[in-house]
Design a protein around this ligand. Structure first.
Ligand code: NAI
Ligand code: MG
Length: 356
């Protein structure tokens, strides 16, 4: 019997529905062509329209709803007339934390059709970024006192736990170990942050002992920005905190050529909960509805999803099709091309047809 998968589709806001719809069409086409697996997408309407109707970004039983699926694909959340902290906490952070999707994995490499803007990186970039996805500054601790007074105070407390650090370090060392260079950089800030970041360093050192074949080093986050620009070839796998990697991963995407191709996976490596796959970019109001959003980041995210649920061969075939399309210069305007979203979809369809 061919394996069959049920996927939650949460297109969200802005260009989210445009790129998720593109990815679903492509994956369905691929499944039909290969005939080796079946896949069904169930639409879930969470996002800003849902919020305006119900007062909530996700349904009350959202976590139980999601647990019924093998995985989820997500577009983006955020609207011009809702403060970003309301939309982000209402949807994405309301799922990542409770489902313990603690590893955010972001492969970054120069893609056909994209170019590293740095002259130093003649061979392009090929990195694997691992972001701690459940704690740090994004754990939700803090508050505001004396609101509106001149002496108003606000705190944003970073949380680092032994369990949280150890599990992401193990995941990062395993990831580095699985890649040819077996090279890991642990990003830290333990010079000025002398509690949480020192625990982070201590646990990295302890976990490293279990991975003698992985070469690793430690780098302060500010120095890491310099290294990413000045010596991109010295880097392979990177692990860092939620905040540090949020920033470094955008830098990485820009160095690799474009945010329009950057994918990400929110993983529960224990596989108790379904993992969620999404492009790195946001809802991009400036181009919403114009039909020119680059779907490649979501195609790549869908390929990562296929790999995670056990369809590695299909994932690789999909990536080959997408790379062929980009190499043939069927590119959206963010990459300097003249194609639109549907044009890229049609070109990928044609590549899928050629698979034998
Ligand atoms: P953004 O990623 O939405 O857009 C930044 C720039 O990149 C824009 O000029 C946009 O047109 C362009 N861009 C992004 N994706 C593209 C694509 N697929 N094809 C072509 N061009 C693309 O980031 P921004 O403007 O900071 O945020 C807009 C909204 O998205 C905000 O409400 C923000 O909170 C939200 N956001 C949501 C995220 C998520 O849901 N994971 C992540 C980042 C931002
Ligand atoms: Mg970000």
């Amino acid at each position: 019997m061919t394996p069959s998968y049920n996927i939650a589709s949460i297109p969200g806001d802005g260009i989210g529905p445009e790129v998720v719809s593109a990815a679903i069409q492509v994956v369905e086409k691929l499944a039909k062509k290969l005939g080796t697996f079946q896949i069904e997408f169930t639409h879930i309407p969470w996002g800003t329209t849902y919020y305006k109707q119900t007062g909530r970004y996700i349904s009350e039983d959202a976590l139980d709803t999601l647990r019924k699926f093998d995985a989820g694909i997500f577009g983006a959340v955020g609207a011009p007339d809702v403060p970003d902290h309301i939309s982000l906490w209402g949807l994405l952070l309301a799922i990542r934390g409770p489902l313990q999707l603690y590893a955010n994995v972001r492969p970054v490499r120069t893609f056909p059709g994209t170019k590293c803007p740095l002259n130093t990186a003649t061979e392009g970039i090929d990195w694997m970024l691992v972001r701690e996805n459940s704690e740090g500054e994004y754990a939700g601790q803090g508050g505001r006192s004396h609101v509106g007074q001149q002496w108003e105070a606000a705190t944003e407390v970073a949380i680092f736990t032994r369990v949280g650090i150890e599990r992401i370090m193990r995941f990062a060392f395993e990831t580095a170990q699985s890649r040819p260079r077996k090279l890991l950089t642990v990003v830290t800030k333990s010079n000025s942050m002398r509690h949480g970041m020192v625990l982070w360093d201590e646990i990295a050192t302890a976990v490293a002992k279990d991975f003698p074949d992985v070469t690793w080093d430690k780098m302060l986050v500010d120095a890491m920005t310099v290294r990413m620009v000045a010596k991109p070839q010295s880097i392979d796998t990177i692990v860092g905190t939620n905040l540090h990697m949020d920033i470094l991963s955008d830098l990485a995407a820009a160095l690799a050529g474009s945010i329009g191709v950057a994918p990400s996976s929110n993983l529960d490596p224990t596989r108790k909960n379904p993992s969620l796959f999404e492009p790195v970019h946001g809802s991009a109001f400036d181009i919403t509805g114009k039909g020119i959003a680059n779907p490649v980041a979501t195609f790549w995210s869908a390929a990562e999803m296929l790999k995670w649920i056990g369809e590695k061969d299909a994932a690789e075939k999909l990536m080959t099709c997408v790379e062929n399309v980009c190499a043939a210069d069927v590119l959206t305007p963010d990459l300097g091309g003249t194609s639109n979203t549907q044009g890229v979809v049609d070109a990928v369809f044609a590549e899928i047809e050629k698979i034998n």
